[in-house]
Design a binder for this molecule. Structure first.
Ligand SMILES: [Zn+2]
Length: 161
């Protein structure tokens, strides 16, 4: 029997027992497997208390600065990320937009190198002032988990031509 953290579900992160390792083909969607629950908890640095946002057990095997913030705030990686990004669209509304519960960054239009979404053209309408924002350098920053929707609301709509 193998013990692991299952990361597939967006709220996932449950400690699970599986007969085989990896249990579902995709290695990237679970932690390494351990022979016992105790070894999993030790090996993945899982604190005793679950994440205070999503209530799930979480690993802390990240770079030291991330791990320190996780332990300070008692948050899993995903909930820490969204807690720290929460004010970006407020502090920098020209650069960060939330639309359809997804996080988008508008990068410099004149930047050299690879472009977000392969350089395709996006048009947003900002909710606060109806400003139209167009860009060919939009970057996707992830889906906002449902338990953050009230604190990270949409700030724009996507205009599809
Ligand atoms: Zn969490």
């Amino acid at each position: 029997m193998w013990f692991l953290i299952d990361y597939r579900d967006e709220r996932g992160k449950s400690i699970e027992e599986h007969e085989n390792y990896p249990p579902f083909g995709d290695w990237s969607s679970c932690s390494p497997g351990y022979a016992s629950r105790e070894e999993l908890i030790k090996g993945q640095g899982i604190p005793l208390e679950p994440c205070k946002e999503c209530g799930e057990p979480f690993g802390t095997n990240y770079v030291e600065s991330t791990k320190a913030r996780q332990l300070e705030h008692n948050l899993c990686f995903g909930c820490l990320l969204w807690t720290e990004r929460m004010n970006d669209p407020i502090n920098n509304p020209d650069r960060y937009l939330i639309a359809e519960h997804k996080f988008y960054s508008i990068a410099d239009e004149n930047m050299k190198g690879p472009r977000g979404f392969g350089g395709s053209r996006w048009t947003f309408k900002r909710i606060s002032d109806d400003k139209i924002i167009t860009s060919t350098n939009v970057w996707y920053g992830g889906d906002i988990p449902e338990h953050f929707w009230d604190r990270i609301p949409d700030t724009a709509t996507i205009i599809r031509e």
